[in-house]
Design a protein around this ligand. Structure first.
Ligand SMILES: *Cc1c(COP(=O)(O)O)cnc(C)c1O
Length: 380
């Protein structure tokens, strides 16, 4: 389908690859950088991002579900693909058939995978075991580790390739230390049981940028295992902690164009419920983008866009498909002028983190919320 409504997202290949290389340089030897491309590559478009990353040498990708894994398998026939949120019973066969590697943490996950391996005549199907070290979301709790290890030992057609965990407060050293302590205890129990995973997988963007988890790397070294880090947000150019000194570049720019202009009188209102009331003769520009495109309605009367290199405040409520901005103080605005919702124009910029701050959320959600009807185009 060709998109003719002028609202689109530009995905910068060079920024994505540059970020991947920058992050790779922060990792030590014997480390594997897994690119997290769940949720349509954090809203950036799975196909274009995964293709670019694979071409840049990325061999490991993380997705949420088997469905996402299948979509990725079509794009990257050779890549290792980690299914990070576990399996439904009927998915094990598909996972095995398409060489998707699930995270497992319950004996039933192990049984489903073992059955699927048997029915497909395979003998060394890799799985990653997740340990719950304090997130309390998924992964086996330490008290139940023995049972799942028994099931793994009994699963002769599976190979425990990695032990993983996920940190809940990577920006808080004390919480991290306690989680690492539990992870270490779990890893010791795994090795004690006779299993020999080749990879310890822990940490996300925050750990990678702020190097909060060197002790995991040391543990991996001691055990002769590789260290894996799973980076998402940083690949797309943002530090979850909001620091800017890493040489990362936002990959996504979100743009639209002025489709209409009108003058209103002092006292006139704009938008639903008349929440914008002009205090002076005001010039409004109409943009073909609304909350159905992912422009958060909480930005009504609060957010700004860039036009002609200057900031234009959103005037009134954001509608489902349209938004007005006040361009009274920007001279020469014309129909078809390019408008930046996220990105740079001249020396001005608006980031996903800026929008997140106004709406009380995180840049992750701002990026993922850009809806499917906004076409993504890859640019250099
Ligand atoms: C999403 C996710 C990551 C990536 O986190 P970022 O903060 O985006 O780097 C890593 N590991 C798991 C298990 C995840 O679900």
């Amino acid at each position: 389908m060709t998109h003719t409504r002028p609202t689109w997202a530009e995905i910068s290949r060079s920024s994505l690859i540059g970020n991947y290389r920058t992050l790779g340089q922060r990792m030590g030897p014997q480390t594997i950088l897994l690119s997290v491309v769940k949720a349509d590559a954090y809203g950036h478009g799975l196909a274009c991002c995964a293709q670019a990353l694979a071409a840049a040498g990325c061999g490991w990708f993380g997705v949420t579900s088997v469905e996402e894994g299948l979509a990725l398998r079509r794009i990257c026939p050779e890549a290792r693909i980690l299914i990070m949120s576990g399996l439904w019973p009927e998915e094990a066969n598909t996972a095995v058939e398409h060489r998707l590697t699930p995270v497992v943490w319950e004996p039933r996950h192990v049984h489903w995978m073992e059955q699927a391996a048997r029915s497909q005549g395979l003998s060394s199907v890799p799985v990653h075991l997740e340990i719950d070290t304090g997130m309390s979301r998924q992964g086996v709790q330490l008290g139940h580790l023995g049972t799942v290890l028994d099931s793994l030992i009994g699963a002769s057609l599976l190979k425990l390739e990695a032990v993983m965990t996920h940190f809940h407060s990577p920006d808080e050293a004390a919480a991290n230390v306690e989680q690492i302590r539990q992870f270490q205890a779990a890893v010791n129990a795994v090795f004690h049981s006779g299993l020999r995973p080749e990879i310890l997988s822990a940490g996300s963007s925050t750990d990678l940028l702020h190097q909060g988890t060197l002790s995991v790397t040391n543990l991996a070294c001691e055990l002769g295992a590789s260290r894996m880090l799973r980076a998402g947000l940083s690949l797309y150019g943002y530090d979850p902690c909001g620091e800017a000194e890493w040489g990362l570049h936002p990959v996504l720019q979100w743009k639209t164009r002025v489709t209409g202009l009108r003058e209103i009188e002092s006292g006139d209102t704009a938008g639903y419920s008349g929440t914008f009331r002009a205090g002076r003769p005001t010039r409004l520009a109409l943009l073909p983008v609304g909350y159905a495109d992912g422009l958060n309605r909480l930005l009504s009367n609060r957010g700004s866009v860039l036009i002609r290199g200057q900031r234009a405040r959103i005037a009134g409520r954001i509608s489902m498909d349209q938004t007005m901005v006040d361009v009274t103080d920007i001279s020469g605005v014309q129909r078809e002028d390019e408008v930046v919702l996220i990105g740079e124009q001249g020396s001005a910029s608006v980031s996903a983190a800026d929008l997140a701050q106004i709406t009380g959320t995180i840049p992750y959600e701002v990026l993922c919320a850009i809806s499917a009807r906004v076409p993504r185009t890859m640019v250099e």
